[in-house]
Design a protein. Structure first.
Length: 263
């Protein structure tokens, strides 16, 4: 028996037409047999030594190239030490106890207050320690003695300023790029701090005493090492160039301060 006009099943089973798709554009450079060019940024040429993330010199001009490599230029904070300015007590202790870390932390900070104060105090002590000046101070009126001591204090401040400026100029000439104020003020502190023990001893024993003379040569050698270490940290120079930058200051200290009293 045949039924007409009736649909058997769940509905119309005719195949539905698939929606039309847009053709995907293909970059010719991505096709087989082709290559793509990439641009790589150039690294700066090596010129200055700096501390890398592991604390050693990496030999590249300082910059932050990516998140894994961080180097620096002279005159910027050291990445391995604090960047805050040290108070004067910690600064004076740090120069003698842990100079490398102290110089690295003070590479962006000036120390005019401690430098001028130490230079002036050294000048006052020199007025009593040096033979001829000591006699003039002790055998003069109060006003004359005061003028001698004041002139001595001002003279050593100006002397330290000039010698530190020469050291900074030579360091820049040799390829360093440290700042002026930190170099000059730290050079002043190094020059006079290292000679204070000899000067204090000379007040009581005299400059011709053998112990005073031996201490004078030892403190001059200490001054040479500290000065080279300071220039090396602030200007990112190797030891040879750092010592060369401070050589003129060391010779002038020897000729003007050490030899007249040691002789």
């Amino acid at each position: 028996m045949r039924l007409r006009g009736m649909k058997i099943g769940g509905g119309d089973r005719r195949p539905q037409a698939e929606p039309a798709t847009q053709p995907v554009a293909v970059d010719p450079a991505d096709e087989r047999g082709h290559t793509r060019a990439f641009t790589v940024p150039e690294m700066p040429a090596a010129g200055y030594e700096g501390y890398g993330p592991n604390g050693g010199y990496d030999g590249y001009e300082g910059q932050e190239s990516d998140e894994h490599v961080a180097v620096y230029r002279a005159g910027q904070p050291h990445p391995q030490v604090g960047s805050e300015r040290l108070p004067w007590r910690e600064l004076l202790r740090g120069i003698l106890r842990h100079p490398t870390r102290t110089f690295a932390q003070m590479r962006t900070h000036q120390a005019w207050g401690p430098a001028v104060t130490v230079s002036a105090v050294y000048g006052l002590l020199a007025g009593f320690a040096f033979g001829g000046t000591s006699d003039d101070v002790l055998h003069s009126t109060f006003t004359v003695a005061l003028m001698i001591l004041f002139s001595s204090a001002v003279g050593f401040v100006l002397c330290g300023l000039m010698l530190g400026s020469v050291t900074h100029a030579l360091a820049r000439r040799l390829g360093g790029d440290g700042a002026f104020a930190p170099t000059v003020t730290l050079a002043m502190l190094i020059s006079w701090l290292t000679d204070v023990p000899r000067l204090v001893l000379a007040v009581f024993l005299g400059t011709g005493n053998g112990v005073v003379q031996l201490l004078g040569w030892a403190t001059w050698a200490l001054c040479a090492w500290l000065l080279a270490a300071m220039v090396r940290q602030l200007h990112d120079l190797p030891w040879g160039k750092a010592l060369t930058a401070g050589a003129l200051q060391l010779v002038m200290l020897l000729v003007l301060i050490k030899l007249p009293t040691l002789g």
